[in-house]
Design a protein around this ligand. Sequence first.
Ligand code: SF4
Length: 270
Amino acid sequence: MQVKLAKHSGFCFGVKKAVEEASNVKGKANTFGPLIHNPQVVQELAKKGITKIDRLEDADASSIIIRTHGASDKLIHEISSKGYNIIDLTCPFVKKVQEYAKDLEKVGYRVVVIGEKDHPEVLAIADNLKNPFVVEKPEDVDGLVEDKIGVVVQTTQSVQNFAEIIKKLGKWSDVKVHNTICNATKERQESAAELAEKVDLMIVVGGKSSGNTKRLVELCSGIKETKHIETDDDLQREWFDGKNVVGVTAGASTPDWVIRRVVKRIENEF
Ligand code: SF4
């Protein structure tokens, strides 16, 4: 089987940096939730003593890692006031979104956060605000009554969903928009769509709970038959029947070695 890999796929700058720095931590440390949404990487880190907790009360290390998605000011204050050492691995692009959101609120805008309501990045941005309004899809803006609207967007949002929501917000009289979708997300979405046009089947590799991977799956599915897998073990022989060229892409939290194994297995076995 011929395999084409998307021009941009796999680890982004922020995830690469976070995984490297977490791997270099001496001794034990805890992260709130998984460091990144990739079970294979999380398992490797656990072997080195970097383990996830869901509540501060469950911490069993003196260092707490803030993951790429960031944490709210309140949570950071709570962690440091309890005497933990903080290792802040928040992606700088996520920090920027948090700053934009706080600044907009300071100058009187009702802040609209475009993103998944339950995603840790969105929860942290919203938790820093007095009156956030989280929007997942265009219909959600119908409940907005204020005229002065300030918009920020989750760094890994779909470019298309963002554009549709902004179009709808065009009816409001004072709208200030910070397009904070990061470059790595844009590049991965663009190159996945480009590749999907040229192949018979798309395989998207990434954690089942990775938001940016799920959006690559949605995007590719609209163009070509698409399968979402976490590792090469999820590949199924019948998917490749009658196919000649397969495209592979991967979310920003999928390590290179996982992608390489998928590519190799498709090339050699199907
Ligand atoms: S996807 Fe973008 S914002 Fe998120 S960690 Fe990667 S570079 Fe940072």
